[in-house]
Write a protein that binds this ligand. Structure first.
Ligand code: UD1
Length: 367
């Protein structure tokens, strides 16, 4: 049962996936507290969340500017509020930047998350012990966390679709932070069974909120395919470099599992409900993908169809470290979370174009 007295802390809640998830949490009856340092987001995004959910539900949203690397920011938050669960998005995610600035990635992603665990353990651990007898056993108040992981932990998968118990590997410092953080979560949960943790491995999140008010707004030149295509469509960039046209795929370009960000947001609600209702979940990983692969050139065609804009492409050599084909096995999430992606590539492109045409320069309107 969800009541608005269930309060969820969302770290990185002003970011792309964060904002969309916060909307679904508020609509689902939760109270939300966001902490974000605006490293790759803007305060306007939080205002847009309020516009989307309306004044009534906005009363269940509070927001703090803070940085997880600064333990005091977390102490302040946790000492005044008892959270029922934490959804942890805050972190950096640009692969190339992580190669040139690994310390930055270890600092933001590892130090930030370790601080979060320490403070959650200190304030949220309300263990109630009863004397063990034949009839009763120790009872716990659980500490609940949903962690934002990535398909990057599969590295170059030997087989597809990717199943959650495949061997994990990291290809770059960003990927290593996700892999380490998964291992840290497993270690903590094993040693301290009061933790209940779900690791959500996102495939390629794209699309935007149907209102056209929320979407992805990366700072600088986008690293990822869809924000890049979007900026070509609105005239901010001249053409798309297609990295690799000689892959052994149907059209020579690489294949990924693109998932609508609203499906992804709903995956977090499903994960929370699972955590609130399952005692022995431990630390479990779930893929959030559609289970379908789409090539880069197919994505370009779908976006052209949705936007009515021509996307000029330049066929370029492969990007180092890229896999040929990656898509998710969705069986575990379907079976255990009761969650399945609803949207296809056409809806992803439709909603992303709606966001782009209404906000050609992103949230701030500044080029
Ligand atoms: C990338 C990261 C992954 C991370 C995810 C975050 C790598 C190797 N992987 O996934 O770790 O979790 O982003 O969202 O970087 N492409 C182009 N032109 C472009 C941009 C991309 O052709 O300008 C191609 C890529 O070569 C790839 C596909 O589009 O085949 C998707 O790329 P991208 O959006 O960067 O996602 P991933 O590489 O799958």
């Amino acid at each position: 049962m969800v009541t608005s007295s269930q309060k969820i802390l969302v770290t990185g809640g002003a970011g792309f996936i964060g904002t969309h998830t916060v909307v679904q949490l508020l609509k689902g009856g939760f109270s939300v507290s966001i902490i974000d340092n605006f490293d790759n987001s803007v305060v306007e995004a939080v205002d847009r969340v309020r516009q989307v959910v309306g004044p009534q539900l906005s009363q269940n949203l509070e927001f703090t500017q803070g940085d997880l690397r600064n333990r005091d920011d977390l102490e302040k938050l946790f000492s005044r509020t008892t959270f029922d669960a934490v959804i942890h998005f805050a972190g950096l995610k640009a692969v190339a930047e992580s190669v040139s600035k690994p310390r930055r990635y270890f600092d933001f992603n590892l130090v930030g998350t370790i601080n979060l665990y320490q403070v959650m353990a200190k304030y949220n651990c309300r263990k109630v012990r009863t004397l063990p007898t034949f009839l009763s056993r120790p009872t716990f108040n659980f500490i609940i966390m949903v962690f934002s992981s990535s398909a990057t932990v599969y590295g170059q998968p030997e087989k597809i679709p990717c199943e959650e118990d495949f061997r994990l590997q990291a290809m770059n410092p960003y990927g290593r932070t996700k892999l380490f953080l998964e291992e840290i979560a497993r270690d903590i949960q094993k040693a301290e069974p009061e933790w209940k943790i779900i690791l959500l491995r996102y495939f390629n999140p794209v699309g935007a909120h149907e209102s056209g008010k929320l979407g992805e707004d990366p700072k600088g030149i986008p690293n990822n395919l869809m924000p890049y295509i979007q900026q070509v469509a609105v005239g901010r960039l001249p053409e798309l470099n297609v990295y690799g046209h000689d892959y052994p795929t149907r059209d020579g370009s690489a294949i990924r599992d693109y998932i609508h960000v609203m499906d992804l947001a709903d995956g977090h609600i499903a994960a929370l409900r699972k955590l609130f209702t399952t005692e022995n979940i431990g630390c479990t990983a779930y893929n959030l993908g559609t289970g379908r692969g789409t090539s880069v050139l197919e994505m370009v065609t779908a976006f052209e169809k949705a936007s009515g804009k021509k996307i000029p492409v330049k066929l370029c050599p492969r990007r180092p470290g890229d896999a040929t084909e990656v898509y998710a096995s969705t069986e575990r999430a379907e079976k255990e979370l009761g969650w399945k992606a609803k949207y296809g590539v056409d809806e992803m492109c439709r909603d992303q174009w709606n966001w782009a045409k209404n906000n050609p320069q992103g949230y701030t309107g500044k080029p």
